[in-house]
Design a protein around this ligand. Structure first.
Ligand SMILES: CSC[C@H]1O[C@H](OP(=O)(O)O)[C@H](O)[C@@H]1O
Ligand SMILES: Nc1ncnc2[nH]cnc12
Length: 295
């Protein structure tokens, strides 16, 4: 079962590298939520910031135990939907493919190129087929609000950027890095996909604030990426990330108005009622209950 969203904000935060220890929430409590899509990355913590409800999941689990290829992106998005989250903000470490996007800067990611493979990229499948639009994979409203909050927190913020999602876990070769630049990618990471596409299937407006930690491998005179350096930069920016969330909470409009993404599934389901797989339909209760319950 999934009801229509009301007028209250409930922000789901997926914290990436460097944010594994969580975010500071008032009245924070760990909640037990299970998903028919398996185990989420780790404990789900809910609480408030400036009166607004936030629910947090560490993408790589406690102690950064889960590599990008093994993150259960479906379970993470499904449990956020089950918790009644209205919108999802991802905070991620990213490499820069552009000179002007310097380490320490933030990027409001607005497009993705997906080079990942072998990950579960859809909630739907045989017995319940759905095709959602992904032309604009990021929610412009949430992205703008998060970007403004980051600016208020003192970050240098880039208003747009195309994120190349690579499989990893190794960083790119110099040839790959140069090729991604030629393709028009601006930043690179290992986790934005299929996370963004799954959020869309779950009708959750999704935005990603990427924190630049390095210049990837395209600059000839620069050494390759070192994970210790990435984490150093992330830790140096953790204060800004926390401040960004607090300012986001403080500057959200008092009422959440409808987003077209709240109804992304309205015209997406194409399997005839008598051809549907009951087991799969049951598993889709949180993701697609709003439309499946219509009969
Ligand atoms: C720790 S360096 C590589 C690692 O960092 C990024 O993670 P996240 O997007 O969760 O912040 C990148 O995607 C890799 O998973
Ligand atoms: N250069 C890079 N490549 C992939 N993921 C990253 N995360 C942070 N920096 C990265």
């Amino acid at each position: 079962m999934r009801a229509e969203k009301g007028s209250f904000w409930h922000i789901g935060v997926i914290g990436g590298s460097g944010l594994t220890a969580g975010i500071e929430l008032e009245e924070a409590q760990e909640i037990a939520v299970s998903s028919p899509f398996g185990e989420p990355s780790g404990p789900v913590v809910t609480g408030r910031l400036e009166g607004i409800r936030f629910t947090f999941i560490a993408r790589h689990g406690a102690g950064h135990r889960i590599p990008p290829s093994a993150v259960n992106y479906r379970a993470n998005i499904d449990v956020l939907a089950r918790c009644g989250v209205t919108d999802v903000l991802a905070l991620s470490a990213i490499g820069s493919l552009r000179e002007e996007m310097a380490p320490g800067h933030m990027v409001m990611v607005d497009q993705f190129i997906d080079r990942t493979h072998g990950r579960n990229g859809s909630f739907f499948g045989t017995g319940m087929v759905a095709h959602v639009s992904l032309a604009d994979p990021v929610c412009p409203r949430l992205s703008r609000l998060a970007g403004e909050a980051a600016r208020l927190a003192g970050a240098a913020v880039h208003p747009a950027g195309c994120y190349l999602a690579m499989e990893g876990p190794q960083f790119s070769t110099r040839a790959e890095s140069r090729m991604y630049r030629a393709w028009g990618a601006d930043v690179i990471g290992m986790t934005g996909m299929p996370e963004a596409r799954l959020a869309r299937e779950a009708e959750l407006p999704y935005a990603m604030l990427g924190m630049v930690t390095d210049y990837d491998a395209w600059r000839e005179d620069e050494a390759g990426v070192e994970v210790s350096h990435v984490l150093e930069v992330m830790h140096a920016n953790a204060r800004i990330a926390r401040q960004t969330l607090r300012l986001l909470a403080a500057t959200l409009p008092a009422e959440r108005t409808h987003s077209p993404i709240d109804h992304a599934l309205d015209h997406a389901l194409i399997t005839a009622a008598d051809a549907r797989d009951g087991g799969l339909v049951a598993r889709l209760d949180a993701v697609a209950g709003r439309v499946l319950d219509r009969g």
